[in-house]
Design a protein around this ligand. Structure first.
Ligand code: ATP
Length: 344
């Protein structure tokens, strides 16, 4: 049986059914990431698990124990918030030890746990400071430390890095990955950030409008999306989608029967921009994004599709150049008119 089991979980806000019956099994030690567009219910689902919102339907089981209606403090879970939620007047050490003090853990044990967490998180030099004397990244590490000292059964993270600048976000992401590798704690993590989802997750759960669209390993979702929604949600830049009206003849000739009237999806790396006219589709360069290690070339085709091609080489192309696009159609994803995957 799963370590943490969600069965038919539901949440209403007034008449609005925000979570519409979610089933999910999470194994011990697993790192599960919830992603999905704004308003799909990621945070609400996490808050239902944390016990911060009342569960209106279904059940939640942790290690064979029904915790559906248990108060948050009795669930043995620890949540790390985007806003850190530190006590401003307490020192780092006091913030980290607060929950243990409340639980009447002996002082010597608290001190040992705080010391160890501070070492893991590189906070030893800051234990006497208050949160306002710390950088955003250090504050977030204190918030993580506060969760670690409690040794909870499950760590819950609600967009923990979104208040940090890009460089610090990258660093802290790596720290969280290492932490998970070292502690092996069961973790559920909500994010908007594709890179966080792809790099941290053992499994990614893609949510849409209160329901699960697909669950899988990051690369499984990338390579085998179950539908057009997941295909376009996972991956940056997004998968290129050409509806049937935008197909050049090469695509129309290859389309499986079920995709007629539907669309084709091609990842940016499945497109090659050619200047010798040898591609499947003619077009014009609209924009070039030179990112250093890679170049994104935006092309509008004669059929009216806007495509983004990713190439690892630098380019001498310029905006307005006439080009053709060579498409790796063996890597195509086909969808029917309802956006469901059609096997080639
Ligand atoms: P975001 O990525 O923007 O944070 P999310 O996927 O985390 O979004 P939720 O915050 O879980 O989405 O919200 C899910 C739905 O429930 C939304 O339609 C939201 O408006 C609604 N909702 C969330 N909290 C409440 C609340 N306290 N009262 C009423 N409606 C709410």
């Amino acid at each position: 049986m799963a370590y943490l089991q969600l069965q038919g979980l539901e949440k209403f806000f007034g008449e609005h059914r925000a979570i519409k019956g979610i089933d999910l099994d999470i194994q011990q030690g697993e790192f599960v990431v919830f992603v999905g567009p704004s308003g799909c219910g990621k945070s609400t689902l996490l808050r239902l698990i944390a016990g911060l919102e009342h569960i209106d339907g279904g059940s939640l089981t942790l290690e064979d124990r029904d915790i559906t209606h248990l108060p948050s403090s009795k669930r043995d879970l620890a949540m790390v918030f985007q806003s850190y939620a530190l006590y401003p007047h307490m020192s780092v050490a006091e913030n980290m030890s607060f929950a243990l003090k409340l639980a009447n853990v002996p002082k010597s044990e608290i001190d040992a746990k705080v010391k160890k967490a501070a070492e893991i998180l590189d906070l030893t030099a800051y234990l006497k400071r208050t949160p306002k004397e710390l950088s955003g990244g250090q504050r977030q590490r204190v918030a993580i430390g506060r969760a670690i000292v409690r040794a909870p059964k499950v760590f819950l993270f609600d967009e923990p890095l979104s208040n940090l600048d890009a460089a610090l976000r990258g660093q802290t992401r790596v720290e969280i990955a290492k932490l998970h590798r070292d502690l092996g704690a069961t973790t559920i993590y909500v994010t908007h950030d594709q890179v966080e989802a792809m790099t941290l997750a053992d499994r990614v759960v893609v949510l849409r409008d209160g329901l699960i669209e697909q669950v899988g390993t990051p690369l499984d979702l990338y390579d085998n999306p179950a539908n057009q929604f997941v295909a376009q949600f996972i991956g940056t830049p997004q998968m290129n989608i050409l509806n049937h009206a935008q197909w050049p003849t090469a695509i129309a000739a290859m389309a499986p029967a079920g995709a007629k009237g539907g669309s084709i999806g091609l990842r940016p790396e499945s497109l090659l921009v050619c200047t010798d006219g040898s591609g499947n589709s003619q077009g014009k360069v609209e924009l070039i994004e030179a990112l250093g290690a890679e170049t994104l070339v935006h092309v509008t085709t004669l059929e009216g599709a806007h495509l983004v091609a990713r190439q690892s080489e630098r380019t001498s192309l310029r905006t307005g150049d006439a080009v053709s696009i060579s498409m790796a159609l063996n890597k195509a994803h086909w969808f029917d008119s309802k956006g469901r995957v059609v096997k080639a």
